[in-house]
Design a protein around this ligand. Structure first.
Ligand code: FAD
Length: 378
């Protein structure tokens, strides 16, 4: 019997889990804790329309939770006492639970040293708005990190007329998308004016407040805006004394279970894909699918594994890319439709005779069809 379920984390994974508990017919007391002070919102437009100032922040708000869900904003969980089934909040309050969903997501990784001010990142609504406000008076930007987020931010700033340089240890997008697909996207970005500097030994932020990026051998790059997009760190500090298994995230099984009465979902969750090899899937669709699976596993601990969904998308430099499949996308794909040289194609990757991934680049097609082209075997 569960009288009270607490969801820690009020973003897409937590909100999905709470809504699923209700849609599955569970009617007990349901509390969602969020340490943010604004209504739950999508992060997806933060590097796109919200950053550009073309999308109103309110439009990013997630669909409302059912009315009988007790959403508590500005409430941060600071410790979990799993033996007594209690969560401790920053203000000292303790809340008992019968079931717990851990959905505390992740935060931006930062490069600044202790006390160094002025590093810009894009993780929260406030981050995106802070940069957006500076765009009108800026003419140059450096984006440290050439992953999806960094390239989206670079694209948005470039289209606002800024001169944009991306700095990374390796060519942009290559580690995630593989050589073939990343080369297509990056060539397109160069054609539009993005600059790239390879910093094989990494970078350091210079000045306090930050005013330049050091890239070794006394070389430094200056810009009006310096934005770090160097990955994210799962928010697990509050779980450190809980006894739960942590390995670069909260370890979940194939049904999102963590321990009896505790499940986890989204960017905070990590799965052991091979012995001692742990992987997070920090994408929107995964947070939704795991949020649903976690809620169902809490209500029925005997639940069988959920079907992972390795679908994600990115929008940058006028390219709309949708991918279904496990990253990275190694080796050249088979071209099913369109022409890559015209930046419009449907491509499929194979492992032997098994199709493992598919990508639609500026190629309109139903997402279900794209997913059907990547028969994943988890
Ligand atoms: C700028 C940006 C653009 C993106 N664009 C795309 C995209 O185009 N396509 C795509 O597939 N994915 C995209 N993503 C990834 C996607 O947004 C994430 O995978 C998704 O937000 C994960 O949701 P989550 O609920 O697991 O975690 P989060 O969104 O990180 O939410 C966790 C919530 O828990 C709160 N929290 C943390 N600790 C505590 C605590 N101790 N107590 C209470 N609350 C706490 C946090 O403040 C936050 O509100 C993007 C991400 C970013 C940052």
């Amino acid at each position: 019997m569960m009288d009270r379920i607490i969801v820690a984390g009020g973003s897409i994974a937590g909100v999905t889990a709470a809504s699923t508990l209700r849609s599955e017919g569970w009617s007990g007391e349901l509390i969602v804790l969020s340490d943010e002070h604004v209504m739950p919102y999508s992060r997806v437009p933060l590097s796109k329309g919200v950053l550009a100032g073309t999308q109103q922040p309110e439009t990013a708000t997630l669909a409302a939770l059912p009315k009988d869900v007790d959403l508590r904003l500005g409430q941060r969980a600071v410790a979990l006492h799993s033996e007594s089934r209690t969560i401790e909040l920053a203000g000292g309050e303790r809340l008992n639970y019968d079931g717990l969903v851990i959905a505390t997501g992740s935060r931006a990784r930062r490069l600044a040293t202790a006390g160094q001010q002025g590093e810009l990142v894009v993780r929260t609504m406030a981050d995106a708005q802070a940069i957006s406000r500076q765009i009108p008076t800026a003419s140059t930007a450096i984006v440290v990190g050439g992953g999806f987020l960094g390239m989206e931010v670079a694209s948005t700033l470039l289209h606002h007329g800024l001169s944009v340089t991306v700095v990374d240890r390796e060519p942009p997008l290559r580690r995630v998308l593989g050589e073939w697909l990343s080369d297509l996207l990056v060539t397109n970005a160069y054609a539009q004016g993005m600059k790239f500097v390879l910093a094989e030994n990494g970078v350091e932020l210079l000045g306090n407040p930050v005013r330049a990026v050091g890239i070794g051998q006394s070389r430094e790059l200056k810009a009006d805006l310096i934005i770090s997009a160097v990955g994210d760190l799962p928010n697990t500090e509050w779980l450190e004394t809980s006894g739960l298994r942590l390995a670069g995230g909260v370890v979940i099984d194939d049904a999102c279970r963590v321990s009896p009465g505790i499940v986890a979902a989204g960017d905070v969750a990590v799965q052991e894909v091979e012995p001692a090899v742990f992987r997070r899937t920090p994408h929107w669709t995964n947070a939704v699918v795991q949020g649903q699976a976690a809620a169902r596993a809490l209500l029925d601990p005997t639940r069988s594994p959920y079907l992972p969904d390795h679908y994600f998308w990115t929008e940058q430099f006028g390219v709309d890319l949708k991918v279904s499949g496990r990253l990275p996308l190694n080796g050249p794909p088979r071209i099913l439709e369109g022409d890559p040289s015209e930046m419009s194609t449907l491509a499929q990757w194979w492992n032997g005779d098994i199709p493992i991934a598919a990508a639609a680049l500026n190629h309109k097609m139903p997402v279900v069809r794209l997913k059907a082209l990547a028969a994943l075997h988890d």
